[in-house]
Design a protein around this ligand. Structure first.
Ligand code: ADP
Ligand code: MG
Length: 365
């Protein structure tokens, strides 16, 4: 099921007398392709949940429209939209068993959709198998781990075979290992069922790893939409560049003069097609090549061995952060006892320039 958002906007009245109106979502237009998993990504308060709630019908938009396929669902109440929702806190009924929790959405089906007890239990078993909790159907939520509870919540969202699956930070309450495991599980289920899915998270790594497409939001405004790798490689502005990637992109004050990019007094890269100007320079950690006669000199702070790679931590006056993190192939070695300068060449595709005042990307050849 393709989902279309058309100029979707949500304004909340400010609280208190002088409080300003909040534009939680500002003119969001996007067509979520059928069968894909879209990650809605951005810092806390940027409008992710509000967007999700409008798609499911728990919030109505101030302006704009929502279509499921060709059907305008903007005015349709949530229970009639055919959506499955999973929240951060699993919100299970504590006095019901896992089976009863999963069949709950089926209990009030009416007319020709009405199911017998046995049909409901079969559907519950099917959904439980999908998330691999079919052994736990007779337990109460209090007898389950956090990860298992979240699987029950997912099974409950899936039991009516929704047209659209909506997940609002579903992994936030899980510990690191479970988070990883459950996220792969969600990906598998989504691939198997091909249900169009919107996955909300503030965790860029989570969004990047699970999504076919990511939507990066800031203060209610969509910044960029694309495949995770494309957005990482080719961010439209400084905000997106900084939001994606661990370790974070290294930022420097720089300037372009005569087609060369300078950081401090080092001419670090040829940048054709950019007129002379001050810029902010971002260099991804994997954009550094260790070389004795490299163009960019930094002060060595320390070397961290990470197995496959080594992380060279260094410093430079023009760096906006206290330290620069570069990830280098472990075949290289750095003499920590020698002189305290490391030199790098920079990989052009990993160097991103931004306008000093607007943060907009400045492209070069
Ligand atoms: P996110 O899920 O990205 O953290 P939200 O969509 O929850 O962000 O919130 C976006 C903005 O809208 C925030 O500034 C938040 O305070 C505001 N907001 C959300 N819900 C309401 C509400 N019911 N009333 C007033 N303001 C709200
Ligand atoms: Mg939220």
């Amino acid at each position: 099921m393709k989902v279309t958002l058309e100029h979707l906007t949500k304004k909340f009245a400010g609280r208190g007398r002088k409080a300003k109106e909040v534009v939680a979502v500002n003119d969001f237009t996007f067509e979520i392709p059928d069968g894909k998993l879209v990650g809605l990504l951005g810092p806390s308060g940027c409008g992710k949940s509000t967007t999700l709630f409008m798609i499911c019908g728990l919030e109505s938009p101030t302006e704009g429209k929502i279509f499921f396929g060709e059907e305008d669902v903007t005015e349709i109440p949530p229970e009639n939209r055919g959506v499955g929702i999973v929240f951060q806190n699993y919100a299970l009924y504590p006095h019901l068993t896992v089976r009863q929790n999963i069949t709950f959405p089926l209990e009030n089906l009416k007319g020709k959709d009405k199911l017998t007890k046995q049909e409901m239990n079969e559907r519950a078993l099917e959904a439980a198998k999908l998330v691999q909790i079919d052994e736990l159907l007779d337990r109460k939520p209090s007898e389950l781990s956090g990860g298992q509870q979240q699987r029950v919540a997912i099974a409950r969202a899936m039991v009516k075979t929704p047209r659209v699956l909506l997940l609002d930070e579903p992994l936030s309450n899980l510990d690191a290992r479970l988070r990883l495991q459950t996220r792969e599980e969600i990906r598998r289920i989504q691939r198997e069922t091909k249900i169009t899915t919107v996955f909300v998270t503030h965790d860029q790594e989570e969004a990047m790893s699970i999504s076919d497409l990511i939507v990066v939001m800031k203060e209610g405004v969509v910044q960029q939409i694309g495949k995770p790798q494309d957005v990482y490689d080719d961010p439209i502005n400084l905000f997106v560049a900084k939001f994606l990637g661990t370790p974070q992109i290294n930022m420097f004050d720089g300037r372009v003069e005569g087609g060369k990019l300078y950081i401090g007094s080092d001419a670090v890269l040829d940048v054709n097609g950019v007129s002379d100007r001050e810029v902010e320079v971002g260099v991804r950690p994997e954009g550094f090549i260790l070389r004795e006669d490299g163009a960019f000199g930094c002060d060595l702070v320390r070397v961290e061995v990470m197995g496959r790679d080594i992380s060279v931590v260094s410093a430079n006056k023009a760096s906006q952060n206290p330290t620069i993190r570069s990830i280098i192939d472990a075949e290289n070695s750095v003499d920590e006892d020698g002189d305290k300068v490391v030199r790098f060449d920079l990989k052009p595709s990993k160097v991103l320039l931004f306008d000093r005042s607007t943060g907009a990307r400045v492209r070069f050849e």
